[in-house]
Design a protein around this ligand. Sequence first.
Ligand SMILES: [Zn+2]
Length: 364
Amino acid sequence: MTTISAYYDVETLRREYPLAQIVAASGVALRPVGARRHKGRCPFHDDRQPSFLVYDDDQHFHCFGCGAHGDVIDFVRRRLDLSFVDACAWLAGQPAPSVRQVQPAGRPPGERRWDRLTLDEQVVMNMAGALYHDRLWHTPHALAYVRSRGLPNWVIRDGRLGYADGHSLATFLRRRFSLALAQRLGLLRRARGDDALGPSDEFLAGRIVVPELRGGQCVWFIGRALDDAKGPKYLALPGERPVLGYARVAGQREAFLCEGVFDYLTAVSWKLPAFSPCGTHLSADRLGFLARARVVYGVLDGDAAGQEASARFAEQLGARWQPLPLPDGCDLNDLARRPDGRAEFFELLHAARVARGKEADGGG
Ligand SMILES: [Zn+2]
C-alpha cells in the first residue's frame, strides 16, 4: 500500500488546471458555445449529440444526457477511474498550464472494445445479463413494453432481453462477485464519495436491456428507456459499439441491416438474418463479416440521416447494397405493428429479390 503524505490544495488545483483544457487533453473535442462555455460529446455515455457542457465561470461540467456532473477533479477521477487522492496526484503531476500536450495515463473508458474482455469481466457481464433477463420476466410493466413493440416470448428468451430495475445488480454482485469490476465495465457507477464499494447506480436503470451475444455470452448492452421523458432514449455501455446480431449474419448469403434496435429485433422475430449498428454508422474497417453476403438489405429510417447512411453504405458495399425503403417513411418496428405490416414487408422484399434476379440475368 502506498502512503500518500502529500496534501493537495484542492482550490489551487481547480484554479491551475482549467477544466476545459483537461477535458480537451483527455481527447474530448470541445467547441465554444458563447463566451464562457464549451460543448462536446460526453465521454461517460454513448453520446451522439454533444450533450456535455463545460462552464468556465464556475469550472464545472454537466452532461445533459447521462447527468454526469462535477469539477476538474471529478472529471479526472471518472475519466481515468482514479480515487480522489489519485486524481489530485495525477493533476498535480501535470505540467501546468501547458496541459494541452498531456496524454492521460491509463485507458480512457471511451476506448473500450467489447470483443476484448478478460475472463472475470466476461463472468460479470454474463451475470448481469442473466439478472436483467430474470428481472424482465418479473417486471410486468417492462414486459408489457416489450410486448407492445410486438416481440414474442421466444425473441425475448433467445435474444436474452432484459430489464435493469436500478437496484438489483449491486445486491446480486455483492453476494457473488466484484462490484469494482462492474464499475470498470460501466454497469455500475460510483455514487458520490470515495468508497469504491459504496452505493452505486445502475447505468442502465429503468431500461429494457438488449445484449450483444457472442457464443451465448453477453459482451455488451444497449438500453432503451421505458419512459422517454427520463433521459436519452438509448444508452449503451461506452466504447466501440459492437455490431448487434453479428453472429446472425457473419458468413451468411443475405443480411438485413437495421438502423434501430427494435427494428433489428422485429427482423429477428421474422427469422431474417439481421444485424444493427445501433444507428447509422459502421466504419469500412468493420464490414468484413459481410464478405460472403450477396446482398445486404438496408432497412433504414426514411429521414435525412437514413438516406445519408444509405449513400455511404452503397459506396462501401457496392453491388451488395440494396436499400429497402419502407412505406410512409416508417421504420420496421412501426410497420410490423400495422395490421398488414408483415405481409407488406415481405411483398417489398419479394419485389426487391425479383428485381435483383432480373438484373443479374440481364448482366450475365
Ligand atoms: Zn453523458
